[in-house]
Design a protein around this ligand. Structure first.
Ligand code: FES
Length: 599
């Protein structure tokens, strides 16, 4: 195969380069020209000349090694087929191959070595829509990379994906939760990790929507009942599992201009009609839908919020499970306490400055449910606001994970995880509602979370030791911050490095190294894996809760909980990372398989 470096032969416009004579091309059938950023394949076929990126858009294999028949170019690696004239693929998983203009002038063949799009933003938006519609990971990765390179705002990319997910699936799902969790972390991530985060979020939304029926919109009621009535109705329709009625009620509240705080109050009150519904996922999804709207704009509320209603009304409550009924009826305990909440909050209303979050958390980890409920009641009387209770609950749940005993079954990690992510969601929702909008219905979420935490107490028998306590120095580990973080990533390369990973995090924080760099490393550790749904939730909820505490003992415990969970679930095959890497290399230019392309 003839290859040429034509940089010295640019024509006056400096855009076209000479590929060779037409006679030479006719004789050889194809030529490869080294463009500025990528090799270009020039093909002669049945009297016409075509020029296209020589790197297969699938994985970069040199297309010069392919075959041409009947106007169709076939790559000889995975046999993707392309229309020679347009570069469009017949095999969507491979993506289209970029083409470039080619001209024959006085018997010579000239090609333009750039592959510009007239409107790059519109092009990559369209490609992202295609990738999402057909669940094409490689196309999604390129479209995300292309938009970022074109300086499209990260929030805009999140918006494109979130609205696709809301419209193309009959209900909020795992994909939209992952997208939102990762989008929440974007501001803490370096450029490379931001690309991976957006890619993972988008590919999981696409996978969620693949083969699903699109969502059918419903309309708000023609009237505008007051917020209290809408809240009552939403609870009523949830109780009788009447989805359409609940959706129309919610849409009416949105159309009436209800604030996010009022909507949060109504949905939390409805969700807590059942205890710890769907192992906490129902409430977690509701919270994530709110956070999604914070990211993409509340003008999309009517498209996004109703997607949580399907799960809200169908969720199974813990009241249907034996563990919540026997030997102690935890549901009855919660109901009795909930009936006292208005009076308790009234008693604590004039008291300010409650800050015993850590002490309350320790009481929530007790092994007597009645005493746990009493501790919550005492805190309310002493002036704790609902969001304070949520913060204590989330910290206590993080301690369950931080002290998760290694003798437990691997699947038990999920029991600890469920309580923690639920507690984080409760905390975020109660913060959003503020004191003015909070009533006893919504605060039932704290009681339910406390009972779920109580039921998970066996996970800490015996408790794992938390490293870095009592001035423990961990001097056998590196002291340099970068070395600690490198050792942490190295630990994630091997299975069952839970304790080492926890010690490294403790070492990093107790030496006073910046937690932001540590959080970015934890994000890197997750984003390079084919992480499960819960890993993303754990990372994001952990970072949220760490932010509430800062670089304190409690903050350290929370990040230790995160790293222990993540280390228990690493490594994976890292196949998605390979896709993201190939897309990035194809987009950046250069030759992916230089050795294979040499003549
Ligand atoms: S089909 Fe060309 S590299 Fe896979």
């Amino acid at each position: 195969m003839l290859q040429r470096d034509m940089s010295a032969q640019n024509d006056a416009s400096k855009e076209f380069v000479l590929a060779g004579s037409l006679e030479e091309l006719k004789a050889k059938g194809r030529l490869v020209v080294h463009g500025r950023h990528r090799p270009i394949l020039v093909i002669y076929d049945r009297g016409r000349v075509f020029a296209l990126d020589n790197r297969c858009p699938h994985m970069g294999f040199p297309l010069e090694r392919g075959s041409v028949e009947d106007g169709i170019l076939t790559c000889h690696w995975h046999h993707a087929r392309f229309d020679l004239e347009s570069g469009c693929t017949f095999d969507l998983w491979a993506d289209d191959v970029p083409i470039c203009p080619v001209e024959v002038r006085n018997g010579d063949v000239w090609v333009k070595t750039t592959f510009d799009h007239a409107d790059p933003t519109a092009h990559w938006r369209s490609r992202l829509a295609d990738g999402l519609a057909h669940d094409l990971g490689l196309v999604i990765a390129k479209a995300v990379h292309g938009q970022l390179a074109d300086e499209v705002a990260q929030a805009d990319i999140v918006r494109q994906v979130a609205l696709f997910g809301a419209q193309n699936r009959d209900g909020w799902g795992v994909g939209l939760t992952i997208l939102t969790a990762l989008a929440n972390l974007l501001s803490a991530l370096p450029e490379e990790e931001a690309y991976l985060a957006l890619f993972h979020g988008a590919r999981r939304v696409a996978a969620d929507c693949d083969g699903e029926a699109p969502r059918r919109e419903r309309a708000p009621l023609g009237s505008r009942p007051d917020p209290a009535a809408l809240k009552r109705w939403l609870r009523r329709w949830t109780n009788v599992r009447h989805r359409e009625a609940a959706e129309r009620t919610l849409l009416t509240a949105i159309a009436a201009g209800a604030s996010p705080a009022v909507l949060a109050d109504a949905l939390l009150a409805a969700d807590t009609e059942r205890a710890f519904a769907d192992s906490g996922h129902s409430l977690d999804f509701i919270n994530k839908a709110f956070e999604c709207l914070d990211l993409i704009g509340w003008e999309h509320a009517s498209a996004v919020l109703p997607t949580v209603v399907g799960q809200l009304v169908t969720a199974r409550g813990a009241e249907e499970s034996t563990a919540w009924r026997q030997p102690i009826d935890l549901v009855a305990l919660c109901e009795e306490a909930a009936s006292q909440l208005p009076e308790l909050f009234a008693a604590g209303r004039g008291v300010h400055g409650w800050s015993d979050h850590a002490a309350l958390a320790r009481e929530l980890l007790g092994d007597d449910p009645a005493r746990i409920v009493d501790a919550l009641k005492a805190a309310i009387r002493a002036g704790a606001a609902p969001a304070d209770l949520g913060r204590s609950l989330a910290y206590a749940a993080a301690l369950r994970v931080a002290r998760f005993g290694n003798a437990n079954e691997h699947a038990d990690w999920e029991a600890a995880h469920h309580v923690f992510t639920y507690a984080n969601a409760v905390h975020q929702m109660l913060k959003r509602m503020g004191i003015a909008n909070t009533d006893s219905h919504a605060v039932r979420a704290v009681l339910h979370g406390a009972m779920a935490l109580y039921l998970a107490r066996y996970l800490n028998v015996p408790p794992a030791r938390i490293p870095g306590e009592g001035g423990e120095r961990l001097d056998d580990l590196p002291a340099d911050a970068e070395m600690i973080r490198a050792a942490l990533l190295d630990a994630f390369d091997r299975q069952r490095q839970v304790d080492l990973a926890a010690r490294l995090v403790a070492r990093h924080l107790t030496l006073g190294h910046p937690p932001q760099a540590l959080i970015a490393t934890l994000a890197r550790a997750v984003l390079r894996e084919d992480a499960g749904f819960h890993a993303y939730q754990m990372l994001e909820a952990g970072v949220r809760q760490f932010t509430a505490w800062g670089d304190t003992d409690e903050g350290r415990h929370i990040l230790i909980a995160v790293v222990r969970y993540l280390a228990a679930h690493s490594p994976t095959e890292r196949a998605a990372l390979q896709t993201a890497d190939i897309a990035q290399r194809l987009m950046r230019g250069g030759e992916l398989h230089q050795e294979a392309g040499a003549s």
